[in-house]
Design a protein around this ligand. Sequence first.
Ligand SMILES: Cc1ncc(C[n+]2csc(CCOP(=O)(O)OP(=O)(O)O)c2C)c(N)n1
Ligand SMILES: CC(=O)[C@@H](O)[C@H](O)COP(=O)(O)O
Ligand SMILES: [Mg+2]
Length: 646
Amino acid sequence: MEKKDYQYINHINSPIDLKAISRNELPAVCDDLRQFIIDEVSKNPGHLGSNLGVVELTVAIHYVFDTPHDRIIWDVGHQAYGHKILTGRRDQFYTNRQFKGLCGFPTPKESEYDSFGVGHSSTSISAALGMSVASLLKEEKNRNVVAVIGDGAMTGGLAFEGLNNASVNKNNLLIILNDNQMAIDPVQGGFTQYLVDITTSRTYNKIRFRAANLLKKMNIITDNNIQRITKFNNSVKATLSNQNNIFEGMNIRYFGPVDGHDVDGLVRIMSEIKNFKGPKVLHVITKKGKGYEPAEKSATVWHAPGKFNVETGERNTCVPNNPTPPLFQDVFGKTLLKLALSNEKIMGITPAMPSGCSMTFMQQELPDRVFDVGIAEGHAVTFSAGMAKEGLLPFCNIYSSFMQRAYDNVIHDVALQNLNVVFCLDRAGIVGSDGATHHGLFDLAYMRCIPNMTIAAPRNEIELRNLMYTAQQPDMGPFVIRYPRGKGTIVDWRQPMRALEIAKGECLKEGEDLAILTIGTMATNAQKAIEQMENEWEISVAHYDIRFLKPIDEAMLHEIGKKFKQIVTIEDGVIQGGFGSAVLEFMSEHNYTPRLKRLGIPDSFVEHGTPEELYNMLGLDAEGIAKSITDWIGCSKNLKHEKLKV
Ligand SMILES: Cc1ncc(C[n+]2csc(CCOP(=O)(O)OP(=O)(O)O)c2C)c(N)n1
Ligand SMILES: CC(=O)[C@@H](O)[C@H](O)COP(=O)(O)O
Ligand SMILES: [Mg+2]
């Protein structure tokens, strides 16, 4: 890594001591940090816009608060690069999001400065509240707890659950609301409108603020009468402004909005309010991508831009470790639009990921039939259920790992009522650099046990289109289609679509000695492994694509159970309760007694890296599959061409 001399970001392998730097040098610290982040992310892809937007906020927080004693929880955590760089990880930062390198999100395993593990949105207030209440119960006198949450994350219901509870629990939580009017795409919903319209006048806030300090000094305001003062505040505010502030309406003191790029102003207000008792919100206004013009101009694209040229702002969208635009997503988006144009019942639902899942094609052509509901997966599912109850056909696209947030909504609001909702689980399987919080590895297991569900996984883009076409047939009930990021394999995918027979798999290759059963895109790796095995050994391998996990192709499994004594299942999902478990259960319940090996994700979390590195580590690439199988059936390397002991 070439070493530029960033005057202030030059601390080696230790946290920078910001308090040793004079306050009037903090803007220069921010300049250095901002440039360091731009330079690093230009070479090593990651999240850019959100990190540039919180540079001043990050410096001010670490200047005012005594971290790691004071706890800082970054909501989602995609904006915590500055936090990591300032807290001793400057020199490893070039490994960010890489295999065995730094995680792209705060994680306590990595540093004591990372107070809580994040990655999924809207958790910071709840977690911080828990820590603040704990601190008071443990009678820790001087521990501050701070939640930094974006306006996008605030559209998640969990954030409001935390707010609601903060207002009644004894705590001294500080919530810093980073308002940049962006999620990945523009933020949607009434709350963001509220933030825009918030009528708190600066004048009112200054008067109230100075009065509070004066009354505190005169010992008129004490902790136990603060509630009454806050209520008094609210009545004053209510008369001064034509609406009550939602936070103060819940007895959470509100400060702001303040300029989130004025580091000195941020230091001043944080220093003044940090020791105020009770929950408080500091509303800061920032610009996503601040300080780098291409990112300021196009915040969605520069949320995670891939590699780019710092001088020209030109993004490299086709270099090896920055994959070309994911093809499965293009096929989903274009097929959804095609189906919607001929079926007026089809609606598109996305919880704040229209660009990520490529619902943008339908959004542009049929804007009245696409709903970005905010970062609200549970609501997205139950909203879809309501639509389905009224005879519409929602295609609800949710990343597999984010769908975990809406599990009861699927059971209680969709499956129990057997409603026609098509769940498109994007990012299923290993996603890569986002790591453990984002891999879509649990959906086969967590969906399989729910009654009424149809669950399918396409092995390629043509299959994806046919499954989407099948799912829109009448009275299909809840239909799940799970597919990975990218994995483009078929160039001429625009074949005529056809309805597939439910619970019908496909034999891709006949064989005699061994049957390999795959689901979804694991078929590709299996096919390569079979070629390798058959070239190296005198072995005849059959390959079946099960296509439907539920209902499963029982006729096919009977045929396989009767014919084969060696069966291998392969899935890019957890082995516990997944596809292999379904086959194991079937064989046992029908008294077939094959040797059966399940290949998939073991009972542990998978960290970050490229998909190739991770599949290799897991033994799920072609070489790993071939080795696992030949070891299992007793081939030994030095006995080439030996007839297998079968
Ligand atoms: C449960 C969940 N859903 C969706 C996402 C994907 N996601 C990551 S960041 C983001 C937008 C966050 O917006 P905001 O909180 O305003 O932060 P900003 O990027 O503006 O700094 C989304 C939707 C996620 N991480 N977790
Ligand atoms: C931080 C976060 O959760 C999102 O930005 C996520 O990283 C998007 O993943 P994709 O890049 O696969 O859309
Ligand atoms: Mg935002």
